[in-house]
Every structure is written in C-alpha cells, then in structure tokens.
Design a protein around this ligand. Structure first.
Ligand code: 13P
Length: 252
C-alpha cells in the first residue's frame, strides 16, 4: 500500500475577522502539536498575513481560497499568486464549486490558475465535484474525468504528484448530506484511476485526494478510514475551534 499523508484543511469561506483569526489559529496551534494529520487553513485574502504570522513556528499551513489566473497587471480587484505567497500562503484552493457556480469559473480558468501557482511553488488544491442532477443521471464519473483532465491539462508528472485534489460533491456541500464512506471511497478510487491512466501508477499512488462536503466530528473518522480518502476539506465545521480541533485530534 502506498503511504500518503492525511491532510485536513479548513475552508473558512467568507467568514471571520482579523481578531477572530488570531485567537482561532493560536488555539488550533495547541491541538496541532498532538495531531497525526497535516493541517491547513484556507482563509480570506485579508486574513492570510495575520493567520500566517500567528501560525509561525507551528505545523499549521495557511492558504488562500482563490487566486487570479494572471501574474500581474491591470486586473482591478484580483490577487495574484505572488501576492498570496508574499502574504504567507503556501497553498491555494482552486476551482471550488462555489467559484465555479457563482463566479463562472470553468476548467480552462482552473487550469491557468493551477499553472500560475505551481510556477512559483504554491501548492494547488484543485476542487472537483458533480451536482445532484449529474449523479442521478449517471454522469458523475464523466464530469469528474473532464474536470480532472481539463483542469490538470499540460501538467508534468511531478506537478500532478505534488498537488492535492479535493473531491467535493456539490450536493454534499453545506447540505448535511455527507457522502457515505462507500460512495466517497469508490469515487476517490475512480479519480485515482483517471490520474493513473494519464500520468502513471507512481503519480496516482502519491497523489493526495481529499473529501469535502458536510464533514463534521461525528462522520470524519469513517471517511478518513477509507484507503483512497487522504484527508478532508472542511467548511462549516472548521469555523468552530472546538469542532475543528475534535477532527484534527481523531485517531484513525
Ligand atoms: P461544508 O463542510 O460546510 O459542507 O463545506 C465543504 C466545502 O465546501 C469545503 O470547501
């Protein structure tokens, strides 16, 4: 069995203030010392600097929730890969379903963003997932395959092995309708097979694939116990220090 780290990332979405960020990260740092997992927090742009400074000297990594698909220039309101890195982000969520849905990000944009961050050594967490209708009509795997092959198009083996894929079924996000460990495991195994077909066994064995969607302290352990689930991307439950701490302190 290939050994992959288990990675737990909190995605705060559009929540929290700078003061709340400081106390949350300081509190999490205590639990992080005892955790068996790699831990990250994807925070709003305005909190990256504070979160990264508070996390200094701990194992907690700070990331952005989005990034521009260009390097610099006249793009009012955008934040570049270099800017998030400069502020202290070592990873960036890319192609989250909320960005695909509300901000019309497509696979081509996702692909440009992934290449943009990889170029400067920021780790992409590429989010993919099917909608309820797509699953019910039997299209889930073809959608996921398209998102993977188009999103990662043109990447070298080493780059693919170094990034994280987050499988987040749209129907499970913020819905209290978590995927069963069986469905999540089966879907992760499918995603890994797509990667193997295109980039080879070694890359597929190394690639970290996280699950996201209505994860909480009650259901996290069963998901983490599955062989192809290499971690969790957590929205709502990452806003509560108590809930998030309970997850990072699980023994699986
Ligand atoms: P919830 O955990 O709130 O369902 O959100 C999942 C998610 O979108 C993480 O990126």
């Amino acid at each position: 069995m290939p050994h992959r780290p288990k990675v737990i990332i909190g995605n705060w979405k559009m929540n929290k203030t700078i003061a709340e960020t400081k106390s949350f990260v300081a509190g999490l740092a205590l639990a992080a010392k005892e955790s068996a997992f790699q831990i990250g927090l994807a925070v709003p742009f305005t909190m990256i600097d504070t979160a990264a400074k508070t996390a200094e000297g701990t194992v907690i990594r700070i990331g952005a929730q989005n990034v521009a698909d260009r390097d610099e220039g006249p793009y009012t309101g955008e934040v570049s890969p270099k800017m998030i890195q400069d502020a202290g982000a070592s990873f960036a969520l890319i192609g989250h379903s909320e960005r695909r849905r509300y901000f019309r990000e497509d696979d081509a944009i996702v692909n440009r963003k992934i290449k943009g961050v990889l170029k400067i050594g920021v780790q992409p967490v590429c989010c993919i997932g099917e909608t309820q209708e797509e699953r019910q009509s039997g299209q889930a795997y073809s959608i996921l395959k398209r998102q993977l092959l188009h999103g990662l198009d043109g990447l070298e083996k080493e780059d693919v092995a170094s990034l994280i894929i987050a499988y987040e079924p749209v129907w499970a996000i913020g819905s209290h309708q978590v995927a069963t460990p069986e469905i999540a495991q089966e879907t992760h195994a499918f995603c890994r097979s797509v990667i193997k077909e295109k980039w080879g066994q070694q890359v597929a064995d190394r690639l970290v694939i996280q699950y996201g969607g209505s994860v909480n302290p009650m259901n996290a352990a069963a998901l983490l116990a599955e062989p192809d689930i290499d971690g969790l991307l957590i929205g709502n439950a990452s806003l509560s220090l108590e809930a998030f701490t309970n997850i990072v302190l699980l023994h699986v």
